[in-house]
Design a protein around this ligand. Structure first.
Ligand SMILES: C[C@@](CO)(OP(=O)(O)O)[C@H](O)COP(=O)(O)OP(=O)(O)OC[C@H]1O[C@@H](n2ccc(N)nc2=O)[C@H](O)[C@@H]1O
Ligand SMILES: Nc1ncnc2c1ncn2[C@@H]1O[C@H](COP(=O)(O)OP(=O)(O)O)[C@@H](O)[C@H]1O
Length: 308
């Protein structure tokens, strides 16, 4: 078989932050981070089909409004690739969403990651993983991680990645409390809280080495003990029910619970799926959350599922 591809299907995972340590701000307004990302098996699936002009269609399994215009990260990723590589061709993009929207789980970033990988194949650009991650970093600090997947340490603004060794699989109950949080707004509130507390954020934040030990040794209790998010207090301040959701998840049996990234999704570490279902039932009956999802980590990064 030869000739150009007509259709490429790629999926890319959402993520949670097992720890997120936030430092000072650089000249571009980005905070220095030391974060441990874990990709989970909730995927954004992009189908890119050759077409005369660019278009976007979204089918969502999760609630939440996503823009369909040129601000959508899927279309921005396509435009970036066309501009950078001088591509004249176009594609019809279809995105199937499983990652909660504006929930601190990088669903939009996963869309961008999947589009870059899909169009690189469809248009025969052959850019390779590293060049695609560099391009992805221009669309958002979380995009390179969605390409890499698994579990990784993120430094700089989150885009400088090193894969972390893990042993076994982790089960997460993801509680979606409803309401969205804007990432820049949460970082702004973090700055205000730091200022009000008279603290000076570290120039180069550090992760807790015990978390790496927990991951490489498959130690559930130690991982729960090292879950940490410097943005959590800011997210609590901006979302009325969020603190209650974290407390309730722990009370209902989670080994540990934390706001993922800038929130408001709460990631609760559980023993197994039965425990996850019990906690989900308790949170839902209590009217604390809009929905709950069960996910496993780590999951692979952006990968081609089909091409023809
Ligand atoms: C907080 C984190 C943790 O993984 O994830 P989310 O909660 O968004 O999923 C990320 O740092 C978000 O990454 P991402 O959502 O890609 O951010 P971007 O689009 O690049 O940046 C949006 C805005 O967030 C702020 N920002 C982002 C990253 C960073 N290291 N410092 C920042 O201050 C900046 O105000 C920036 O303009
Ligand atoms: N393809 C996309 N999917 C989701 N959100 C998108 C997308 N493109 C742009 N956005 C905008 O980005 C914001 C953040 O979305 P998302 O990536 O889902 O969450 P987060 O940054 O909290 O991880 C949303 O409020 C939405 O308006």
């Amino acid at each position: 078989m030869s000739g150009a591809l007509e259709r490429v299907v790629v999926r890319a995972p959402g993520k949670i932050n097992l720890s997120l340590h936030v430092g000072g701000v650089d000249g571009r307004g980005y905070h220095a981070l030391a974060t441990v990302f874990q990709a989970v098996d909730l995927y954004e699936t992009v189908t890119a089909t050759r077409a005369d002009e660019m278009s976007l269609e979204i089918t969502s399994e999760v609630p939440g409004e996503v823009p369909l215009d040129g601000t959508n990260l899927a279309l921005r990723a396509a435009e970036l690739l066309r501009t950078e590589c001088g591509v004249r061709e176009a594609a019809a993009l279809h995105v199937r969403k499983q990652v909660p929207v504006a929930g601190g789980m990088a669903g939009g970033s996963a869309d961008a990651a999947a589009v870059l990988v899909a169009l690189d194949r469809l248009w025969g650009l052959g850019l390779g993983a590293e060049a695609l991650r560099t391009l992805g970093a221009r669309l958002g600090a979380d995009v390179p991680f969605s390409m890499l997947g698994h579990t990784a340490l993120g430094r700089g603004n989150g885009a400088d990645l090193t894969t972390v060794l893990t042993h076994g699989e982790w089960t997460w109950l993801l509680a979606v409390p409803g309401g969205h949080l804007s990432t820049p707004e949460v970082f702004r509130r973090f700055d205000e809280l730091v200022l009000a507390g008279g603290r000076v954020p570290p120039e180069r934040p550090e992760i807790d080495e015990r978390q790496l030990q927990a991951l490489s040794g498959g130690n559930l209790e130690l991982l729960a003990d090292t879950l940490h998010n410097d943005l959590q207090a800011a997210a609590f301040a901006l979302h009325p029910r969020l603190e209650e959701v974290v407390e309730a998840a722990e009370r209902l049996g989670a080994i540990g619970a934390i706001v993922s990234g800038s929130g408001p999704t709460v990631a609760a570490l559980v023993e197994d799926e039965a425990a996850a279902r019990t906690i989900a039932a308790g949170l839902t009956e209590g009217g604390l959350v809009e929905s709950c999802l069960i996910a496993r980590g780590s999951a692979p990064g952006a990968s081609v599922l089909e091409e023809s």
